[in-house]
Ligand binder design. Structure first.
Ligand SMILES: Nc1ncnc2c1ncn2[C@@H]1O[C@H](COP(=O)(O)OP(=O)(O)OP(=O)(O)O)[C@@H](O)[C@H]1O
Ligand SMILES: [Mg+2]
Length: 268
């Protein structure tokens, strides 16, 4: 069975604005083939960072969105029934281990613990993946690396990762970029002027200050990019902000009022 590695390569340099020394630190982690965990709220740049690093390191990137119904077989592989018998199909984790890709398990806490444990032998000195059903033990390609993302905000204690899983990773703690960097990101991602981007960032900050006071999460950089794109397309700024920034994040009438007023003040 041949695997088309090309399809997993990140061909164009993704735009990534570093927030600190994370690029150099990631390179050091990769040189040592340490598994990496990227923590942070939704829409703050975790996936973009990993895409950028895969491009920079010239490694194929295989991303898996995890969910609670996911089984170990979804990661590792399974036998498929066919007219003339059965055929083994590698799962994405197996493919990544074979070809030496960076395997990015997005929102890994969503997966059940009996699913998560399949990554254990891959993330310690063994660097192996047993395909129990197939009776094969894969030794990971020397370039293989496992990366998981983790949003410490929303999951309950029940859904937290086990210590024996956590303590297999070096971790990056991401957060929304500071105001100047976020302004630059919006200007670049949506092609808007820095002055306008700066105002959107102020709306973002107003919402982030409400976190814990009626909001579970602040407005993400992702949503700010949405608003910036709408405005760049000719949508009225206040309309764009309500639609892209306020309505998605809350149904609470008081919080909506507070944010709508902030938007009028910032764009009025
Ligand atoms: N440092 C950054 N450089 C460039 N773009 C960024 C950066 N941070 C955020 N963005 C913008 O924010 C958007 C969302 O980022 P990304 O998809 O990486 O979020 P995430 O942290 O993976 O969120 P989730 O946890 O929901 O998957 C990107 O598409 C990009 O437009
Ligand atoms: Mg992501």
């Amino acid at each position: 069975m041949t695997i088309d590695v090309q399809q997993y390569l990140v061909r164009q340099e993704p735009y990534y604005q570093p927030q600190g020394r994370e690029v150099q630190l990631y390179e050091a982690a990769y040189r040592n083939r340490l598994p990496v965990m990227v923590k942070g709220p939704t829409g703050c740049g975790k996936s973009r960072f990993i895409e950028y690093m895969a491009w920079k390191l010239d490694r194929p990137l295989i991303t898996v969105a995890c969910n609670e119904d996911m089984t170990a077989s979804d990661l590792v592989g399974r036998y498929l029934l066919e007219a003339d018998g059965t055929r083994w199909i590698d799962g994405p984790l197996t493919t990544a281990a074979r070809i030496g890709a960076i395997c990015y398990l997005d929102e890994v806490v969503e997966a059940r613990q009996d699913t998560t444990v399949v990554i254990h032998p891959l993330t310690d000195h063994r660097r192996t993946l047993p395909l129990d059903k197939k009776g094969e033990l894969i030794v990971a390609h020397p370039d293989f690396q496992l990366v998981i993302s983790y949003n410490p905000g929303y999951q309950s204690l029940m859904k937290d990762l086990k210590q024996s899983t956590k303590q297999r990773f070096a971790a990056f703690d991401f957060d929304y970029p500071d105001a100047d960097l976020e302004t630059a990101i919006l200007a670049r991602e949506a092609g808007i002027a820095a002055e306008l981007a700066g105002r959107l960032v102020k709306v973002g900050l107003a919402a982030r200050n409400l976190k814990g006071h009626g909001l579970d999460e602040g407005i993400s950089t992702r949503l700010l990019v949405y608003a910036a794109k709408l405005i760049n397309d000719g949508v009225d700024a206040a309309d764009a902000c309500r639609m892209a920034l306020v309505r998605p994040i809350t149904d609470d009438a008081d919080i909506r009022d507070t944010l709508d007023n902030a938007i009028d003040a910032i764009f009025g």
